[in-house]
Design a binder for this molecule. Structure first.
Ligand code: FRU
Length: 477
């Protein structure tokens, strides 16, 4: 393993080379998932944005494709979405793959008119291999709003229209269209609701069922202003009639309390199933993380599922079951009572990812430690008074940004007596799904030494009815 590839993930998508940020245009068509992404093909830092492209049959094994969208006279290509136009509403062709994205124009930006971000279309008639920009671009010109971007478009069956959810500075603006080309403003949401520690970006709106009732979920990424600093994604549940979003509550919830799940949105054309992938990074340090030939990765794909706890509705994140093909149980223990520690190191295999499943049936603090046996240690755990946490204070190289090396908490939402947690560890990332995804934390970390020790630790005696460590095979890019 070369030094260059040290942090190359085993089971997450990264571009072969150079910079990526947000996942874009995620869409399913004819047995294949398409992932487009914010891509700078000339550098490992952010710059003139293109849409990179990758294809997968299972959202895990990705094959990178030629660049899909290049900058043009209207600007570079910022984030957006893609839909399958089954009824040829736009006239590009039946089942055309249509990308709706933000054109970002640097020259206009420098003039400070605020007119530099506009929504445009491109389409592909060969499953995303070749693309044409629509001649009538932009289809939604800027009315004078500095941050006017990241269109997420969906078909709204009840009104028979396309709906665009757009991030417009400190709020969301909804538009509708019958042909993807002419857009009518319907309403605004959120100026006085939710978190406002930063600009609103990369929204998504979709329905999910809970106990036979349809609820609408509105995701809004925000940067900065996340619960543990920098970038994060808040969400609202409520009702949407094709024009207006009515939230259940004035207060937002957070989809992921970790520092590194940003700009996540769901695939389109997947029916009732909603699968999200985010960019596993944070604008606080994305440009300086210590990878070499590439920068940026996606999170694990997660099924989004609603659950109620008391009177409240929550969005849970559950790693997709497609991932289980890569897993092999390495170690399993059952029915442990009154333990303070347990060595799980035999479950670690070099060059592979690690999945840890654990149930703890006792109150009080506990942690799972992954380390080199000396000073390096990643700690994932639970504190009775503060909730779940990931501690990357001493997990490796954290020097590139002053606030990187910290312990981050997430409140526990479940009120079940026992705690059930699932952890996925890759070369430079940890994803924690607690209580069936009610609490989720995604964080990156950069070990310097090899981590060869894995253990459960607790200051008091705990009952552990089940602990399982599995290896996760390396995907071929
Ligand atoms: C979010 C974001 C988007 C924008 C893109 C530019 O990370 O800032 O709002 O479209 O990245 O690369």
């Amino acid at each position: 393993q070369s030094v260059r590839e040290k942090y190359r993930p085993a089971f997450h998508f990264t571009p072969k080379a150079h910079w990526m940020n947000d996942p874009n245009g995620m869409v399913y068509l004819n047995g294949k998932y398409h992932l487009f992404f914010q891509y700078n093909p000339d550098s490992t830092v952010w710059g003139p944005m293109h849409w990179g492209h990758a294809i997968s049959k299972d959202m895990i094994h990705w094959k990178e494709q030629p660049i899909a969208l290049y900058p043009d006279s209207l600007g570079t290509i910022f984030s957006g979405s893609a839909v399958i136009d089954k009824d040829n509403t736009a006239g590009f062709g039946k089942n055309a793959m249509v990308a709706i994205f933000t054109h970002h124009n640097k020259k206009i930006e420098d003039q400070k008119t605020g007119l530099h971000q506009n929504q445009s279309l491109a389409y592909s008639l060969d499953e995303g291999q070749t693309w044409r920009k629509y001649k009538g671009n932009p289809v939604l010109p800027n009315p004078g709003i500095w941050d006017f971007r990241d269109p997420k478009v969906m078909w709204h069956p009840a009104t028979g229209k396309w709906v665009m959810t757009l991030a417009t500075k400190d709020r969301i603006t909804f538009y509708s269209s019958s042909d993807l080309k002419k857009w009518t403003k319907e309403s605004e949401f959120g100026e006085k609701l939710g978190a406002h520690g930063g600009v609103w970006e990369c929204p998504d709106l979709f329905p999910l069922e809970l106990n036979g009732k349809t609820h609408w979920v509105l995701l809004v990424s925000i940067n900065p202003g996340g619960p543990n600093g920098g970038s994060a994604t808040q969400y609202f549940t409520g009702d949407f009639d094709g024009k207006t979003f009515k939230p259940d509550s004035e207060k937002q919830k957070w989809m992921d309390y970790g520092t590194d799940n940003y700009a996540g949105v769901t695939f389109s054309n997947t029916g009732a199933r909603k699968v999200l992938m985010g960019w596993m990074n944070n604008w606080n340090y994305a440009n300086v993380v210590p990878t070499d030939s590439w920068r940026g990765a996606t999170t694990l794909p997660r099924d989004l599922i609603l659950k109620s706890v008391g009177e409240e509705i929550y969005l849970t994140s559950v790693p997709i079951t497609e991932l289980s093909d890569l897993q092999k149980v390495a170690l399993e223990r059952k029915g442990l009572k009154g333990i303070n520690s347990l060595d799980l190191s035999a479950g670690l295999k070099e060059g592979k990812g690690t999945k840890i499943e654990l149930q703890v049936n006792s109150p009080g603090d506990f942690s799972i430690n992954l380390g080199d046996g000396k000073n390096q240690k990643l700690i994932i755990g639970f504190e009775q008074n503060k909730g779940y946490f990931i501690d990357r204070s001493n997990a490796g190289n954290g020097e590139f940004e002053k606030n990187f090396a910290k312990r981050h908490f997430s409140p526990r939402i479940s009120n079940a007596d026992y705690k059930k947690i699932v952890i996925f560890i890759d070369a430079a990332s940890v994803e924690l799904f607690a209580d069936d995804g009610l609490t989720t934390m995604t964080e990156i970390f950069f070990p310097i030494q090899k981590n060869t020790l894995l253990e459960i630790e607790s200051p008091q005696k705990i009952d552990v009815p089940m602990v399982k460590v599995s290896t996760i095979a390396h995907i071929k890019y």
